[in-house]
Design a protein around this ligand. Sequence first.
Ligand code: ADP
Length: 547
Amino acid sequence: MLGLMQSQPLLISSLIEFAERHHGDAEIVSRRVEGDIHRYTYRDLAARARRLANALDELKLQFSDRVATLAWNGYRHMEMYFGVSGSGRVLHTVNPRLHPDQIAWIINHAEDQVLCFDTTFLPLVQAVHARCPTVKKWVALCDADKLPADTGIPGLTSYESWIGAQSSDYAWPEFDENSASSMCYTSGTTGNPKAALYSHRSTTLHAYAAALPDVMCLSARDSVLPVVPMFHVNAWGIPYSAALTGCKLVFPGPAMDGKSIYELIEAEKVSYAAGVPTVWQMMLGHMKPAGLKFSTLRRTVIGGSACPPAMIHAFKEDYGVEVLHAWGMTEMSPLGTLCTLKNKHLLMSKDEQMKILQKQGRAIYGVDMKIVGGDGNELPWDGKTYGDLLVKGPWIVGSYFKGEGGDPLVRDTQGRGWFPTGDVATIDADGFMQITDRSKDVIKSGGEWISSIDIENIAMSHPAIAMAACVGMPHPKWDERPIVAVVKRPGTEVTREELLAFYEGKTAKWQIPDDVVFVDAIPLGATGKMLKTKLREQLKDYKLPSL
Ligand code: ADP
C-alpha cells in the first residue's frame, strides 16, 4: 500500500519561490567586480532569476542544456543558480583557476551552450572562446555601459541588457526531481576531470540536511558569508540552504584577501562564514598584528582540507568563534561529515573536547559511511584502525557525466554500491570520522603508515609556522620517510633543529619527519588546497639527510 500524501517533486525552483514568499525582504549583499557594494533582496533575486529563465527560453535552450559560469560569489551568479536550474537547464560552474586548456576541455566536454563570465575573466574567455564551438552565446556579467569593447568574442552581450529585455513573469516548470540541475568537474589531478552531475532531488535534500543544527546550522537570524567559491561544489550548497532558511547572504566578489573579508564581516554583521583553511589563514594573518577582533562572527565552517587544530584553537580562544570542521567532496555535493559535540561531551574538559573537534566529524543523516581494509571487509569503529573510506547516499555520485571512468562504485555483499572517497580514515565508537590522509598522500614507512595531516598539524601549532606540507621521500630501507616543508610567519625565526625538537613527545619517534625544508610558499591548487604533486616536483632533486 502506498502512502497517501501529496506527491510534489523536490525542485530547486521551490527554494527560490519559498525564499521570495517567506523571506522576500531578507538582504543579499555583494561586493562587485566594480569594487562597490550591491544590495538587494530575495524578492529581487527571484524576479531577476525569472527574467533569466525567459532569456534562456528565447534562446531556445532545451531541457537539460548546459549554461556555464566563470564567476565570483555574487548576486548575478546566485540568479543563475536559480534561473538556469529552475527552468530545467543545467548550471555548469567552471573553476576559473584551472588552466585555460583544461577550461576549454571542460566546456567542450559539457557541451555548454551559454557562458556567462565576470569581466575579471575576460582575458581567459578571449583565450578559449575560439576553441569552444558549442557555446552560442557569450554574456559578460555586467551593466550595459560596462560591456568591454573590441573583445573579439562574437556577439558578446551584457547580462543586464540580456535579462533586462525580458519579463519577470515566468511560471517555473514542474518536472521529475531526478532531472539534472547542475554540474561540477573534479580538479582532475589524475587524468582528465570528471563531472559530478547533481539532480534537483539531490540538491534539495542536501540543502535540507546542510541547514540542520548539527550540520551547518543556518537560520533566518544569520548573516552568512560564503567565502568558499560558488564555482566549486556549489559553495558547499550554501546558496540553496540560504534560500531554504532565508538568512541574509553576503558575497565577497573578487576580493578574497584577509583585509577585504574582515571588513565585509564587520560591515555586514556577519554571524557565520564558510571557507577553506588557507582563506582563514590569510584573514587571521591580517587580524593578529593589527589586534583586530570580530564583533558579530560566531561560527565558521572550515573544510575542503584538514583544518589545523591550532586554527580551531585560535578562533575559539582568541576570537570567540566556534569552528565547525567539515569534510566532503565534489562527488558528495559536497557535505559528508561535520564535527559538533554530542550531549555527553559537554561536561568534558576543554582539552578533551578539542581532541574531538579536530576530527572531521559525524556523518550527516543521508550519508552512510564505512572504512574497509585491503580485502574490502569493514573495519571496526575504534578510533584507531584506519582504512579506505567509502560512502553512499542520495547526494553522492552513482556515476560520472557521460559515464567517464566507468562504474566508480564498489559493491557490498548485498549488491549496494559504495563510493570510494580516496581518503583513509578512522571512525571512533561515537561515529566521529578522522581523515588520516588522502590515500595518495599517506606516507608508508617500514610497513606502517604515517599521517601527513598529523605531521602538518604539529608544525602548524608552532608559533613561527604559517603553513606546512608533509610529503614522503623515497628511502631504500623504509620505503618512504616524511619530510615537512614549512613557510615561516613573517618576522619570526625557527631553525630546523628547533622544529624537529618540537615534534618530540607530540608523536611517535619514528613518525617525526627526517627533515625540515623552508620554502617561501606551498603550491596551492585551483581550490586553494595544497598541491602536493607540485611540491613533490619542486623537491625532485631533494635528498634525505640520512642518505
Ligand atoms: P578535489 O580536491 O579533487 O577537487 P574536492 O574538492 O572534492 O576534490 O576534495 C575532496 C577531498 O578533499 C576529500 O576527498 C579529502 O581528501 C579532502 N578534504 C575535504 N575536506 C577535508 C577535511 N576537513 N579534512 C581533510 N581532508 C579534507
